[in-house]
Design a protein around this ligand. Sequence first.
Ligand code: B16
Ligand code: MG
Length: 210
Amino acid sequence: MNYKGIIFDLDGVICHTDKYHYQAWKKLADRLGIYFDETINNRLRGVSRMESLNIILERADKTYTEQEKEAFATEKNEVYKELLKQMTPEELSPEVKDTLEELRNRGILLSIGSSSKNAGFILNRLGLGDFFDAVSDGNNISHSKPDPEVFLKAAEFLKLPASECLVVEDAEAGLLAAKNGEMDSAAIGDAVKSDLPQYKLKTFSDLLNI
Ligand code: B16
Ligand code: MG
């Protein structure tokens, strides 16, 4: 591994909170009578809460005020947070846990680079509250992916030049953010279909072979 630091996306990479996002958005969409499915849900990966809502509202037959949209985003987040409360450290797969520990043993600095404002809460639920050398998330940025801000901040928190960090992502928006920040990336999950990443991971532990 030629990188001194690795910046991990959270939702869809370290854990599978994507299923909770889906359930919470689905509940809101159903209440508003708006069609929503897993394919539309894929477009929400890595983008902010309000941008996610705007994507869902593309199928609404009326327009909503900013105030109504704020209320919808809060409503979804309350449902999402209730689902997160039920998470346990068992939701961290042994493969992810062992790989993170091995990377740490190799002396690589490890950071989170997530769009989520709930990242700290999720890391605590997974038993990773104190694990990472840095956490850059939706609370310390003003532009979400594909803007590179969240990853550039993570590199800064690790005190490393961005060029010495590898980004691990499950979303096109995140891979684009890495590219916009002139950082190399490794894709996992559906994102392996993208042309953007330098590496494609079949499984998380493939990181050990880079
Ligand atoms: P929140 P990531 C992203 O997390 C999710 O993929 C995306 O679906 C969500 O809208 C975004 O966080 C904001 O999350 O509502 O909790 O602030 O993939 O960047 O770790
Ligand atoms: Mg993600």
